[in-house]
Design a protein around this ligand. Structure first.
Ligand SMILES: *[C@@H]1O[C@H](CO)[C@@H](O)[C@H](O)[C@H]1NC(C)=O
Length: 242
């Protein structure tokens, strides 16, 4: 499982409608690429509260009210409902590469979150590696070195003589170096069965992550795409970068 919601925000703005501590970068600056990487890197740890002017949520923790993934068959065939989820650690994200190309109208972000913790109220029913699994309770999933590469392609639109980006398409790849699962209260609190399932999940974490990866990668891609699109909708390229 690997919900991770990443952020990658375009927080490069310093402007009245824009949070004051975000560094401004000018697209004509020959050092634009370094400037924006630093601006985003220094902006992310500031997202410990929402920025309404940009529609950016609080990232520490980042709240997701509901995540649902239906059983798709395979070795990990699970109906999964997660409610009242919180992610911790997103503001420690390290940006490895941030390439906003105005000629190609593309954005590429490569980033790593060293430690991320995802807490939810879960409901699970199905099978993991032939073991039946069923339960309802608190869950904690930990991820080490969650890496995300996100690419967007934009179209330009003009409103009130200002240029705005609008998303044409996005792609995302993600991976994790290690995951740890803890599901409390499996099988109505039967400790022996519950401990056994957690053990099997953790002994086989790589396979579990690989099986669940396509759906979660897609969920994160959509969340990220939406978050970045909101910023682009609010602030024109001229306001952001001239
Ligand atoms: C489940 O998690 C919630 C939120 O963190 C907490 O308030 C509650 O006490 C936990 N319940 C149990 C049974 O541990």
């Amino acid at each position: 499982m690997r919900p991770h919601i990443l952020l990658v925000l375009l927080i490069t703005l310093t402007n009245s409608s824009i949070p004051p501590n975000f560094k401004k970068c000018f697209r004509k600056d020959p050092n634009f690429k370094n400037c924006i990487l630093e601006a985003v890197q220094s902006g992310i740890p500031q997202l410990t509260k929402p920025f309404k002017s940009l529609d950016l949520p609080n990232l520490e923790p980042f709240e997701v009210p509901l995540l649902t993934v239906r059983d798709k068959g395979g070795a990990v065939a699970l109906n999964q409902n997660f409610k009242n989820c919180v992610f911790y650690g997103l503001t420690t994200m390290k940006i490895q590469d941030f390439d906003l190309d105005f000629g190609k109208k593309t954005l590429f972000v490569d980033s790593v979150v060293p430690k991320m913790v995802f807490k939810c109220h879960y409901q699970l029913e199905g099978k993991v590696l032939v073991l039946p699994i069923k339960g309802d309770g608190n869950s904690t999933i930990k991820f080490t070195n969650f890496r995300l590469k996100f690419r967007s392609f934009y179209d330009e639109i003009v409103r009130n003589s200002k240029t705005y980006y609008t998303t044409a398409s996005t792609e995302m790849q993600s991976d994790v170096e290690h995951s740890h699962f803890q599901f409390d209260n499996l099988f109505n609190g039967n400790k022996e069965l519950g401990d056994n399932v957690n053990l099997v999940l953790n002994d086989n974490w790589r396979q579990v992550v690989d099986e669940l990866h396509p759906e979660y990668n897609e969920i994160v891609r959509q969340i990220l795409t939406g978050m970045i699109e909101k910023v682009w909708t609010k602030v024109s390229l001229e306001e952001m970068f001239d």
